[in-house]
Design a protein around this ligand. Structure first.
Ligand code: SAH
Length: 256
């Protein structure tokens, strides 16, 4: 893949993160709002919406943001959760409660994959609750999905900024994985079954020439070799190196 198209992929991922908003509902401690901004900015998230924060703006929030105060300056403040999410195509609510049976609950990694995929379609919100009481059931019902970070069921509640950090990290990983998969495929595709078969055949031939493999007594070697090549996740260029090397050896031995 050319440098140009890699940057298109990167922009695609980044653009997806720009369509993800973090919504904090009735945060009590302004320091937490700042810490959330910092957690977001480290992972490339930029959009913060505050639903009726108790104290905002605040010097404490700015101090805890430690350089992410641009996110605080740009934050949207609204009176209700409904307003915070009105233009979103999908809304994910986070909860520390281990038993939230009535609603589908996703673990962070799976949720992040869905969020980034949906962000390609439009605005997506990830909603975080009050420090003491979390989100109300009515608020969770405004969310299409719930996300729970699998903490200790006997001590399940994370600090809100730490919960944001974990989810923001998963969102970033999801975007980076998407980028690297696209780059690898573009640059150097995975080897085809035909290429792997040809590699396998030339290896067995080389092994036979040096009597490492005796076709009359194959034992487990052919199967193991095949399994090794399948498991290795070889790309086109990897197969070319290995095949080229084996072919050169055979040529040297006067077999080609
Ligand atoms: N007792 C509250 C805890 C609130 S902690 C409750 O039952 O939810 C403040 C916020 O941090 C939560 O509303 C949620 O948004 C987030 N949070 C804390 N721990 C979490 C966890 N294990 N999984 C997902 N979100 C969590």
């Amino acid at each position: 893949m050319s440098g140009e198209s890699v940057s298109v992929v990167e922009e695609g991922g980044r653009a997806a993160l720009e369509r993800v908003r973090v919504v904090l509902v009735e945060t009590t401690h302004p320091g937490n709002i700042g810490a959330v901004a910092r957690a977001m900015k480290t992972m490339g998230l930029t959009r913060l919406t505050l639903v009726a924060p108790r104290i905002f703006p605040s010097a404490e929030a700015t101090a805890r943001a430690s350089g992410a105060d641009d996110l605080l300056m740009a934050a949207t403040v609204v009176p209700t959760l409904a307003e915070a999410i009105a233009d979103c195509v999908a809304v994910f609510g986070t909860t520390a409660r281990p038993r939230y049976l009535e609603w589908p609950v996703l673990p962070p990694r799976e949720a992040a994959a869905r969020v980034t995929a949906l962000a390609a379609e439009g605005e997506v919100a990830v909603v975080f609750g009050r420090e003491r009481t979390g989100l109300t059931n009515a608020e969770l019902e405004l969310c299409s999905q719930a996300i729970r970070i699998p903490t200790n069921p006997e001590f399940s509640s994370l600090n809100i900024a730490q919960a944001v950090q974990i989810l923001a990290y998963e969102l970033r990983l999801a975007v980076l994985e998407g980028e690297s998969a696209a780059t690898q495929e573009g640059d150097d595709p995975l080897a085809t079954a035909g290429e792997l078969d040809a590699l396998y055949a030339v290896f067995l031939e080389g092994m036979t020439v040096v009597d490492y493999f005796v076709p009359e007594r194959p034992k487990l070697l052919p199967r193991r070799l095949k399994r090794l090549f399948n498991r290795a996740g070889l790309h086109h260029s990897d197969v070319q190196i290995l095949r080229g090397f084996m072919t050169a050896l055979l040529k040297d031995r006067g077999r080609r």
